[in-house]
Design a protein around this ligand. Structure first.
Ligand code: DAH
Length: 379
């Protein structure tokens, strides 16, 4: 049907390629000639000006001169039609409408040609690779967690998660913090109510795991912890830790030491040295802090390349505290219903932000929570 209606009609130019009209507009003009020579002549002049416009502003002016709503020459001629005798009125009317269509098509074609030329002048280079969409990545702390979980998985540990909102009993009591003992003061605590708090460390996870399961156990406890700290460059009131717990028969400090050495070499490099320094934590006995040789100065306490200036990261000591550890206190076993004559175990716990800060030289702990991509995309 469509074919039939359009048979014999050949516009010579399709809207899909308006630029081609610029070459053959005169052909359409010649079809106007027999209809009304005067209109054809005027259209030829306006057409030349439109086709010859050098920039979009000139084109707009040329278009307005011919077809402008009030002052356009053809528009005005159309307005004159009623004053003409009937016969001329008919042919002139047709001619003017043809001319109008031709000139506005021509204007559109010219505008497109000008735009294309401008793009070419601006150096449009279709071979330039496209803009790559920015792809997100795992948060730097997530990356460190992944690395640690991978490492401990290789040593036979699985993950146990426990609540961030915790009972006082689990955060302190069953971990052998005596009531009103000053050890609680080291954990500035956010209390939700009298007996409910935001956990101050990931160690309460051991208590929950031990109450739920029977030994042997080999578990790690990753997660977020809260302390009512004064916020500064190295303290935040929320941060992350990971604890580890191993419970079996005949577990000794030697087992703890070899596990921690494996951990330290994997995380800080094969040449790192470690030492255990005795320290008090209520839930382990003996308790220790593990230090690693400073990753910045290599353990000398001095920066050789900077005139032997004192290393600011280890404060000249050559050592960095990286974790707390020890053998599980018999009272903790009692609190969860394990017989301390039968079961032994070790535990360790460390802060994740500190690992990232040491590894990447990050000077400011608040950066981890700001979600500024300029920071995050560096890792
Ligand atoms: N929970 C302790 C803290 O946050 C760190 C710690 C010390 C964890 C000794 C342990 C450990 O597992 O054995 O300060």
């Amino acid at each position: 049907m469509t074919d039939l209606l359009l048979a014999g009609i050949d516009p010579g130019w399709s809207k899909a390629d308006p630029a081609s009209l610029l070459e053959d507009w005169r052909e359409r003009l010649s079809r106007l000639e027999p209809l009304d020579a005067e209109v054809a002549a005027a259209t030829a002049t306006h057409g030349e000006v439109i086709a010859g416009a050098g920039d979009p502003a000139a084109l707009t002016l040329a278009h307005a001169a011919a077809l402008g709503r009030e002052r356009g020459a053809l528009t005005r001629a159309l307005g004159e039609l009623p004053n003409l005798p009937l016969e001329r009125r008919k042919t002139r009317g047709r001619a003017l409408n043809e001319a109008k269509r031709l000139l506005s098509d021509l204007e559109a074609a010219k505008r497109l040609a000008l735009e294309r030329a401008a793009e070419n002048r601006a150096g449009l280079d279709v071979t330039i690779p496209g803009r790559r969409p920015w792809v997100g990545r795992r948060h730097v702390l997530g990356q460190i967690f992944d690395e640690l979980l991978d490492l401990f998985h290789g040593l036979g540990y699985s993950v146990y998660t426990s609540p961030e909102i915790e009972h006082d009993e689990y955060n302190f009591g069953k971990l052998n913090f005596p009531p009103d003992h000053p050890a609680r003061d080291a954990h500035d605590t956010y209390f939700v109510s009298d007996q409910i708090l935001l956990r101050t460390h990931t160690s309460p996870g051991w208590v929950r795991a031990m109450e739920e399961r029977r030994p042997p156990l080999r578990l790690v406890f990753p997660g977020r912890v809260y302390r009512a700290e004064q916020v500064d460059a190295s303290h935040m009131d929320q941060f992350h830790q990971i604890d580890g717990l191993y419970v079996d028969r005949d577990v000794s400090m030697a087992d703890l030491k070899s596990t921690l050495n494996t951990f330290a070499r994997s995380l800080y490099g094969g040449s790192v040295r470690t030492r255990l320094v005795p320290i008090y934590f209520p839930f382990v006995e003996p308790g220790a802090q593990m230090d690693v040789s400073c990753v910045i100065c290599g353990g000398s306490g001095r920066l050789e390349r900077e005139g032997r200036r004192r290393c600011s990261v280890c404060k000249g000591s050559g050592w960095l505290e990286v974790l707390g550890a020890g053998l599980v206190h018999p009272n903790v076993f009692r609190a969860v219903g394990y017989d301390p004559e039968q079961w032994t175990g070790f535990a360790f716990g460390m802060g994740i932000e500190r690992i990232a800060m040491l590894r990447y030289g990050i000077p400011e702990i608040r950066l981890f929570l700001e979600n500024d991509v300029r920071f995050l995309r560096q890792f």
